[in-house]
Design a protein around this ligand. Structure first.
Ligand SMILES: Nc1nc2c(ncn2[C@@H]2O[C@H](COP(=O)(O)OP(=O)(O)OP(=O)(O)O)[C@@H](O)[C@H]2O)c(=O)[nH]1
Length: 238
């Protein structure tokens, strides 16, 4: 089943065919994938939905004056990545979600990141990946939420993935909570040698939904090195 949110915006006529962008949301059970999916697409938090349902949703968006047909697959792997081809071969971009009040959830996210890195290596096609810490509101109540090593863990993962797929597979850290969504752009990029953070950032254009501020916030311009056929030269909507 596919559900459609939003309406086609002005300028999305036949003369400007929308860019098709497929986004897969991955992560451990209970990380908040469904909640995020619903929140991104409806701009509000909804707690009543079937958490076990794997579904694909569609939304017509306008990003940087360009119509984008966004499809979001809210995946539901049992405990670890399973039958991954269904999203690996489908998605142009990946959002890996962990719950900030669960270290296990964070650890499990690395199996998804490794899977993405391996897939990029095997297919010689890298796709943008965003690592997102969800349930920021819960992290403050968790006795283990301080997790002093998390930052170094994350930087380690960023480094590992960058070396596996230096052409565009990047991991960003983001944090979200029930009512707000914040993407820590500035301090999360780990530039590889000889590359400025700004140059790395321009490898992707990622637009982030911000229900609190309203509207869409877009990132940097896309890299000329990425081909439109890959669905990456134009904005990727998260
Ligand atoms: N406090 C808090 N709870 C959240 C947040 N996001 C999701 N939840 C709750 O966490 C639980 C799990 O969320 P889901 O969206 O079902 O998680 P999921 O990753 O889709 O889980 P599966 O479908 O089992 O893979 C639900 O009870 C949500 O209401 C958040 O930001 N803060």
């Amino acid at each position: 089943m596919s559900l459609v949110f939003g309406k086609p915006r002005a300028g999305s006529g036949p003369q400007s065919a929308p860019l098709e962008v497929n986004l897969a949301i991955l992560g451990r059970r209970g990380a908040g994938k469904s909640a995020l999916t619903v929140k991104f697409l409806t701009r509000r938090f909804i707690s009543e939905y079937d958490p076990n349902l794997e579904d694909t949703y569609s939304s017509e968006e306008t990003v940087d004056h360009q119509p984008v047909h966004l499809r979001v697959m809210d995946t539901a792997d049992p405990d670890t990545p399973r039958n991954c081809e269904r999203y690996l071969n489908w998605a142009h971009a990946f959002l890996v979600v962990y719950s900030m009040d669960s270290r296990q959830s964070f650890k499990d996210s690395s199996s998804y990141l490794e899977l993405l890195a391996l897939h990029a290596k095997e297919t010689q096609r890298s796709s943008p990946a965003l690592l997102l810490g969800n349930k920021l509101d819960m992290a403050q109540y968790s006795t283990t939420s301080a997790f002093p090593s998390w930052d170094s863990d994350i930087h380690q993962m960023t480094f590992d993935l960058s070396s596996l797929s230096p052409q565009g597979h990047r991991v960003l850290r983001a944090e979200s909570c029930l009512l707000s969504f914040h993407l820590g752009w500035e301090d999360t990029w780990a530039p590889s040698e000889g590359q400025s953070a700004a140059a790395q950032k321009s490898l992707l254009t990622i637009c982030v939904s911000s229900p609190v501020r309203g509207g869409w916030v877009s990132g940097e311009t896309a890299s000329p090195g990425l081909s439109p056929a890959d669905g990456l030269a134009a904005p990727v909507l998260l």
